[in-house]
Ligand binder design. Structure first.
Ligand code: ADP
Ligand code: XUL
Length: 519
């Protein structure tokens, strides 16, 4: 029985997981991670992003993503049956007309990056952390008839990191480069194209992170394309369901690494993949991922939108929908506070245990970097009644702020949250999870596999491979044994703390509103 492989190209690294589903033995049989800064230092990234004088600009290198893929594929188990992937959402890759021929003729005797350099129109790709397109967002929003109209059509208001405004900025700043662009990929569809040796489609899940897709019709929205850049329809890949078989591993991979011609399944965004990897295939539960970004997400039966405008509705890999709140100041903000007070994660947890829930009324808005939820471009943490020299109080303040922001800005989803599945690097920290449980008044569980986006991709490979063989295996069956929360890890809310946070949420909201009005 072959194994199924999932890849996850995130902000800071590339991970891979192989799962076995043979009989009763359903387990992760292999995993590996490459860190962009440490393992591919010649690109000069910091936390996966290239240096730039403008703090609002955040780009990375499409060649770096390709080289990481090449290194990873050398290590992938040789009995891979199908491979799918996950990638940071919104980031985009701009290819010239020569790309199709380049992809089709990759020579297995030479490294990938030596052969593909000529196919990029832009050597730097905007990432999801890029916040430099406010003017473009305003222009697109106006052309679509306002915030609500844009959100109703595409599932989200127009956001700086979304692909549409990034494309508009490029088309206006570099019209010749834009004219030379034959195909604009997301990071997900770009990586799938490299594996298949042919241009891959964009799946509905990642496609809904572009402000270019009609969420309900699951088709490119002509009005949005016209509001973004001229001639855009001809430059976009087709849209497709997440279970689409894009092709098989190109001869480059089979010859170079002795891999079989395994099916390549459409890649998707990391959040849609995490929905599967956290086992959220039915209603009533949500997941919170504490990674580079902090995200809260859960399945939605119907498409819809957040009337307050901060959150997103995406297509889900199940064919239905998902709601998502994304706060940009996640792990890096926690690390910043940790380092500022000379702590390690153990010390960070001790500081949480040593301080009272509610922090004696002290609060922080942890907007060290430009924030997306709520949208704030003027960076810098704001403190309210909080002594900047008090390490433990600042540790508590950053975590409380992050949990309150996720809770407040996800109310529109209308989910009566009974349980939260926690994932991402910081979900290992049970002191952070206690704050999560108390703020959300819900039991929090850790999951058996930490990298939910990567696991979700592997599970999607399994699902799509079965489907391609004519078997439509129910999602509950796909995730069983892999993404079920571990009962023994349950962190329960403490009623007295819940009461503190119910009151604090109102004060936090007022503090947030005031700082948005007067940044
Ligand atoms: P990505 O979004 O890049 O996939 P991950 O989900 O792998 O990120 O999370 C990585 C982050 O997890 C690190 O940047 C680090 O801040 C955080 N992390 C790791 N261990 C702990 C811990 N014990 N407590 C809190 N945060 C942690
Ligand atoms: C979601 C978002 C982030 C990235 C992180 O809208 O921007 O969660 O997908 O990789």
């Amino acid at each position: 029985m072959p194994v199924y492989v999932g890849l996850d190209s995130s902000t800071q690294g590339l991970s891979a997981i192989a799962i076995s589903v043979a009989g009763a033995r359903r387990e992760v049989v292999w995993q590996h991670r490459l860190d962009f800064d440490a393992d591919l230092p010649h690109y000069g990234t910091r936390h996966g992003v290239l240096p730039n004088d403008d703090p609002l600009v955040a780009r990375s290198s499409p060649l770096l993503w390709a080289e990481a893929l090449d290194r990873m594929m050398a290590l992938v188990p040789k009995d891979v049956g199908a491979i799918a992937g996950s990638a940071q959402q919104h980031g985009s890759v701009y290819l010239a007309a020569t790309a199709a021929a380049t992809l089709a003729a990759l020579d297995s005797r030479r490294p990938l990056v030596e052969q593909i350099g000529g196919m990029f129109v832009r050597r730097e790709s905007p990432t999801w952390m890029d916040a430099s397109t406010r003017a473009e967002c305003d222009a697109i929003t106006a052309a679509l008839g306002g915030d609500d109209a844009a959100a109703r059509l595409t599932g989200s208001r127009v956001f700086p990191r979304f692909t549409g405004p990034q494309i508009r900025k490029f088309a206006q700043a570099e019209p010749a480069g834009y004219a030379r662009t034959d195909r604009i990929h997301l990071v997900s569809s770009y990586l799938a194209s490299l594996l298949a040796g042919a241009q891959a489609p964009i799946d509905y899940g990642d496609g809904s992170g572009m402000n270019l897709m009609d969420l309900r019709a699951r088709a490119w929205a002509r009005a949005a394309l016209e509001a973004t850049a001229p001639g855009l329809a001809a430059k976009l890949p087709p849209l497709a369901p997440a279970w689409t078989v894009v092709g098989t591993l190109a001869p480059y991979w089979t010859r170079r690494y002795g891999l079989p011609a395994a099916r390549v399944i459409a890649f998707s965004g990391d959040n849609p993949c995490s929905l599967i990897g956290t086992g959220l295939v039915g209603a009533g539960r949500i997941a919170i991922s504490l990674g580079t970004s902090d995200t809260l997400f859960g399945p939605l039966a119907e498409s819809g939108y957040d009337p307050a405008g901060y959150a997103h509705v995406f297509g889900a890999p199940t064919g239905r929908y998902m709601g998502l709140v994304c706060c940009r100041n996640g792990s890096l903000a926690r690390e910043r506070v940790r380092d500022q007070y000379g702590l390690d994660w153990e010390g960070f947890g001790r500081a949480l245990r040593a301080t009272p829930p509610g922090n004696g009324g002290a609060m922080m808005l942890p907007w060290f970097e430009p924030e997306a939820t709520p949208e704030v471009a003027v960076m810098g943490a704001r403190r309210f009644g909080l002594d900047a020299d008090d390490g433990p109080a600042n540790v508590r303040a950053v975590v409380e702020a992050q949990m309150l922001a996720l809770a407040i800005h996800s109310r529109w989803m209308g989910v009566a949250v009974a349980a939260i599945h926690a994932t991402g690097g910081a979900a290992a920290n049970r002191d952070i999870l206690q704050v999560m449980a108390d703020v959300h008044d819900a039991a929090v569980y850790q999951l058996p596999v930490g990298n939910s986006a990567c696991l979700g991709a592997a599970l999607r490979a399994y699902h799509a491979d079965e489907r391609a063989a004519g078997r439509d295996v129910p999602w509950e069956e796909i995730v069983a044994g892999f993404a079920e929360p571990l009962a023994a890890t349950c962190v329960r809310p403490v009623p007295a703390h819940v009461a503190v946070y119910r009151e604090m949420a109102q004060k936090y909201e007022a503090f947030e509103r005031e700082q948005i009005a007067h940044p």
